[in-house]
Design a protein. Structure first.
Length: 144
């Protein structure tokens, strides 16, 4: 499975650490940014949303300082389901129930170990195809 990564300057350091942790087991594509120099999170939120929608067998991880701005930007892309997750349980539920295809994280919100646990939970969780969750995801799709 391909994993797309994107961040603004506030998430750059965490993005680099996540990429290093994933590259042995996944095909990883870094969509930027490329340094801690100030940049605009909407550009990278849009890029990851488009990449994941265009490559339906992939998942994405988007990072900014809080995770909030980049999740808002990614969710503007039709078909992108970006979920800001601060716990392993939230990451699992975002995948299972909501069919999230982009995990959003805030570099300034937790420790590296917590972030890595959340990433692994997200990547290791399958979508629940039960009727009630399919129906609800369908309602989300109708809203776009």
């Amino acid at each position: 499975m391909k994993i797309y990564l994107a961040s603004d300057h506030g998430g750059y350091a965490l993005k680099q650490k996540i990429e290093a942790a994933l590259e042995a087991d996944y095909s990883v594509a870094d969509l930027g940014c490329t340094s801690t120099d100030s940049c605009d999170y909407p550009i990278f939120g849009k890029a990851i949303g488009e990449a994941v929608v265009d490559d339906s067998d992939s998942l994405g991880i988007a990072i900014c300082g809080s995770g909030i701005g980049i999740s808002m930007a990614a969710n503007k892309v039709p078909g992108c389901r970006a979920a800001l997750c601060y716990s392993v349980e939230a990451a699992k539920l975002a995948r299972q129930h909501n069919g999230a295809n982009v995990l959003c994280l805030g570099e300034r919100t937790q420790s590296l170990d917590d972030h890595l646990d959340i990433v692994m939970a997200f990547l290791g969780t399958e979508i629940d195809d039960s009727e009630r969750h399919q129906r609800r995801r369908g309602l989300l799709d109708e809203m776009q």
